[in-house]
Design a protein around this ligand. Structure first.
Ligand code: COA
Length: 178
């Protein structure tokens, strides 16, 4: 494993919004933002673990406001949790109106990247936890990761319960919906 002090766990990437990135209202496509967020998460994870990585999931994507042509969009990605082979990356996205020196947060999302070697998940360096801030970040990342797993399991079990309902039970439950 590398020396922890040499491992960078965040990256920042900026890009000017051009007409080809926007819809008919002149605002950025959500998919374009996500493609860049995915790349920022990839670079962040790749640099951290020094292995090729794949995106296992993208969670809790929020678009907080539109981004316009000729604004500078900045992606800030940082690792907030490290498992055995996975890295949870938080991506915060900011738009800057260059005429007004005005910066606003326009999106947040979370990507789970998995390090791959010879086609298989491979162990990544453990996250450092030396300062209070690093320990707080680590605890928050760990909590987020556990809750996300729990949530995914609850949805999956609720869906299988619905699939197992007979017609009468299904009708009764649908009638009880608001
Ligand atoms: C991600 C992938 C490598 C996981 O492979 P797998 O055989 O399920 O491997 P494992 O079960 O050992 O999981 C490996 C790690 O990934 C995590 N993981 C797997 N699927 C996940 C998911 N859907 N969401 C979050 N984490 C996930 C596991 O929790 C595990 O983490 P850990 O090692 O830190 O404990 C595999 O599903 C894959 O290649 N997916 C396609 C990736 C891709 O092509 N992405 C781009 C799509 S366009």
């Amino acid at each position: 494993m590398e020396n922890q002090s040499e491992i960078f766990d965040s990256i920042t990437h900026s890009e000017l919004v051009t007409p080809k990135m926007t819809n008919s209202m002149g605002t950025l496509f959500g998919g374009d933002l996500l493609a860049h967020a995915d790349k920022a998460a990839y670079v962040c994870a790749r640099r951290y673990c020094k292995q090729t990585c794949v995106t296992a999931s993208f969670d809790q994507v929020s678009f907080l406001g539109p981004v316009h042509i000729d604004e500078l969009i900045t992606y800030h990605a940082r690792i907030i949790h490290v498992g055995k082979s996975s890295m949870l990356v938080e991506i915060n996205v900011y738009a800057e109106n260059l005429k007004k020196d005005e910066v606003r947060k326009v999106s947040t999302c979370f990507a789970t990247m998995v390090a791959i070697k010879d086609g298989m998940p491979v162990e990544v360096p453990r996250m450092k936890c030396e300062t209070i801030d690093e320990c707080r970040d680590r605890l928050m990342g760990d909590t987020r990761r556990k809750l996300a797993k729990e949530y995914a399991q609850r949805i999956s079990s609720a869906e299988s319960n619905i699939l197992n309902l007979d017609n009468d039970e299904l009708e009764k439950m649908v009638n009880g919906l608001a």
